[in-house]
Design a protein around this ligand. Structure first.
Ligand code: ADP
Ligand code: MG
Length: 277
């Protein structure tokens, strides 16, 4: 198992009297090679969950294991940090060097990787995210999507087995979002990297193998995206909207059209309507 959580609770202690249980008695297992989308409204505990995965936060109770290594085991934390790569929300906060290839080399340099190997890793990582031609450029003038792909390359150079994208598409325009999502899917498909894509855009969950919906520090739904989308009414109650096409199909069904179920995109909606007309 790539990721195992056993009865994990994480509490932020504000002072002696106040604490927030951001993750509550959470148990789950993620198989290696899975593309997981994790969705939930603001404050549902997604970032806390992400930080528990690489030991940035340690559980208040319960245990987090990455490929069998517990984050509570001080001897394993170094390995866990290498195994779980994290990319965050703000593309401007994640660049270190003023030249693209130096930026990507930073991680492996810190790990003491050999020069020749660093070179190979940088090339590999940049080509994986479609940025090799920009290796001598400065990252500062790039688009948000390019910066996030560069941030992914920086993480890839450490050779992670799990890639966590914590709202890494949230600040991007639609093009940037689709660029980043495409790279994440390719890394999952071609390199077998387990991806945990945290997002509040429900439609970005569509192509995931598994959709986990978090609410109030717990799992509200967990399943194939299309299955989870069927619970649109309950999703609405926890402030999440299914894709508009699904919503539209449901509205048409309510006025008597035989829309079937499971419509999640424009093509399927159009096809169904054409059949009916
Ligand atoms: P999400 O990423 O889904 O928005 P978070 O994991 O950031 O959720 O937050 C979960 C809960 O924990 C929220 O109630 C939030 O206010 C609280 N929280 C998050 N970070 C801290 C912190 N550093 N100190 C205190 N409370 C926090
Ligand atoms: Mg967050």
């Amino acid at each position: 198992m790539a990721v195992v959580l056993e009865n994990v609770t994480y509490s932020y202690n504000l002072d002696e009297m106040h604490r927030i249980d951001a993750v509550k008695n959470l148990s789950l297992r993620i198989k290696e090679g899975t593309f997981v989308a994790l969705v939930g409204h603001n404050g549902s505990g997604k970032s806390t969950f992400a930080k528990l995965l690489n030991g940035l936060l340690l559980p208040t109770s319960g245990e987090v294991k990455i490929f069998g290594n517990s984050t509570l085991d001080g001897n394993k934390i170094y390995e866990i940090r290498k195994d779980v790569g994290m990319v965050f929300q703000n593309p401007d906060n994640q660049m270190i060097a003023s030249i693209v290839e130096d930026d990507v080399a930073f991680g492996p340099e810190n790990l003491g990787v050999e020069r020749e190997e660093i070179k190979e890793r940088v090339e590999w990582a940049l080509s994986k995210v479609g940025m090799l031609e920009y290796r001598k450029h400065t990252p500062f003038k790039m688009s948000g999507g390019q910066k996030q792909r560069l941030a992914i390359a920086g993480v890839l150079a450490i050779k992670p087995k799990v890639l966590v994208l914590d709202e890494s598409t949230a600040m991007l325009d639609p093009q940037g979002r689709s660029e980043v999502l495409k790279v994440a899917h390719e890394l999952n498909r071609e390199d077998g990297i387990t991806v945990i894509h945290i997002t509040h855009f429900m439609e970005e969950a569509l192509d995931a193998d598994r959709l986990i919906v978090m609410n109030d520090g717990q799992i509200a739904f967990d399943g194939k995206p299309r299955e989870v989308f069927k619970h649109y009414e309950k999703l609405k109650e926890i402030k999440l909207a299914v894709p508009w096409e699904t919503q539209m199909a449901i509205s048409l069904k309510k006025v008597g059209l035989d829309m079937g179920s499971g419509i999640v995109n424009e093509e399927e909606l159009v096809e169904k309507l054409c059949q009916l007309l």
